[in-house]
Design a protein around this ligand. Structure first.
Ligand SMILES: [Zn+2]
Length: 396
């Protein structure tokens, strides 16, 4: 079996640490809203990988987390807490919001025929919830503080990225390059040593004063940063290094980079041997995202009466959702070539060639249009109606 490993930026033969066993970890959803199908695609990708591994004779131990605390609106730990935002939007407690959207995610996963993780059984089931690993996360922070990788400000405890000479190696990006991106964010803690330093523990003071989710720690009441949970869960449940770590390409630059930094700083060992990432789902050539408001959920499909679509086609639509953008591009290129040849033939008086090309071009464009619009295009599948309103979705 051969896989594309983000860490080496190349296709490699897959060789697990133990001959026929594979440890697989997936970054799961943050449960503050319905998962859009772009997020669900990551889990379909992951599930397909797991089934291929099993069919190839490997015994797969699969663990997935659920982020129910600590994920701020910017991956660089700035902005609001996503769950708190969901709670004020819906006039519920953060705990209620987490429970509600965990249930919604479980239903989505079931409707896509996604296998449940089989490597963990905890107090809340088979998905490893971040809030069930608070003590494990605190232990990691203690080691990071002792080893000099973490420092405390009035607002938080941060990981000092300048202490790792190879920080950012997953992207191949130099720290100085990453700095440019981070500088555009609003840095709310002026005591941070480096703009890229990320939060390990946020104190429930200042902007987080009314934060409902809080736990005692040796440094004061607060809650863990988002990146820490995956390092803690992997250490507690699987042990590092694991064979395969998966996630979306949007995790590479910050979340997975920070997971690697924490684990390597604490345990002096690799976190994972293979890093496999799924691409974004495209809608009319653009990344599907909540910030662009061009996203769909499985609920949107249901609102269109697409409730009897069986699990397999639904998975295929999500898995191959990029196809409409690709076909649009191919159709555009063919059309350009066709026009150039058409005008050239016309100018040199080749009327039969002109007519022939006109016919062939029409057939080809219609064929590509049909394939692109009716097989690949999520946008068309949802019948080009306005997105359901926030209110409709919440009342679902
Ligand atoms: Zn993660």
């Amino acid at each position: 079996m051969r896989v594309y490993n983000t860490a080496s930026r190349s296709v490699e033969d897959f060789t697990p640490i133990n001959e026929d066993r594979v440890s697989l970890y997936t970054c799961g959803p943050t449960v503050y809203d319905y998962a859009q199908i772009g997020n669900l695609r990551a889990f379909v990708f992951d599930d397909t990988l797991r089934r291929v591994l099993s069919a190839s004779g490997f015994r797969v131990k699969h663990v997935m987390n659920i982020t129910d605390v600590g994920h701020l609106s910017s991956d660089e730990d700035e902005g609001e807490d996503k769950l708190e935002k969901g709670a004020s939007r819906e006039n519920k407690s953060v705990w209620q919001v987490a429970e509600f959207y965990i249930e919604a995610f479980l239903k989505d996963a079931e409707s896509l025929n996604i296998l449940k993780p089989n490597g963990y059984h905890g107090p809340h089931g088979v998905y490893a919830r971040a809030t069930d690993f608070i003590d494990d996360q605190i232990k990691l922070i203690q080691i990071l503080v002792e080893k000099g990788y973490a420092y405390q400000t009035e607002q938080a405890i941060y990981f000092d990225v300048s202490k790792l000479s190879d920080y950012g190696k997953l992207t191949g990006q130099k720290l100085a390059d990453k700095e440019i991106g981070v500088r555009s964010e609003v840095i709310t803690d002026s005591d941070k040593r480096n703009p890229q330093d990320f939060g390990l523990w946020f104190f429930t003071i200042g902007r987080f004063e009314n934060h409902d989710m809080r736990w005692p720690s040796p440094w004061g009441d607060g809650f863990p940063g988002w990146h820490l949970e995956c390092s803690a869960i992997i250490h507690s449940v699987l042990g590092e290094p694991i064979d395969i770590h998966t996630g979306g390409v949007d995790h590479i630059g910050t979340h997975h980079t920070n997971e690697i930094a924490q684990t390597e700083a604490v345990f002096d060992t690799k976190l994972a041997n293979y890093w496999l990432h799924n691409e974004h789902l495209l809608v009319d050539g653009q990344k599907m995202s909540k910030s662009k408001n061009n996203f769909y959920t499985l609920y949107d499909f249901a609102m269109q009466g697409i409730t009897n679509l069986s699990k397999v086609p639904l998975r295929l639509v999500i898995f191959f959702g990029f196809i409409s953008a690709f076909l649009s591009f191919v159709a555009g290129m063919f059309y350009l070539i066709y026009k150039l040849v058409f005008w050239y033939s016309f100018s040199v008086g080749l009327a039969p060639v002109v007519l022939g090309l006109f016919f062939l071009g029409s057939v080809q464009l219609v064929a590509l249009g049909i394939i692109g619009e009716y097989i690949g295009s999520i946008h068309t599948l949802v019948l080009r109606r306005p997105l359901v309103t926030e209110k409709e979705r919440i009342n679902c």
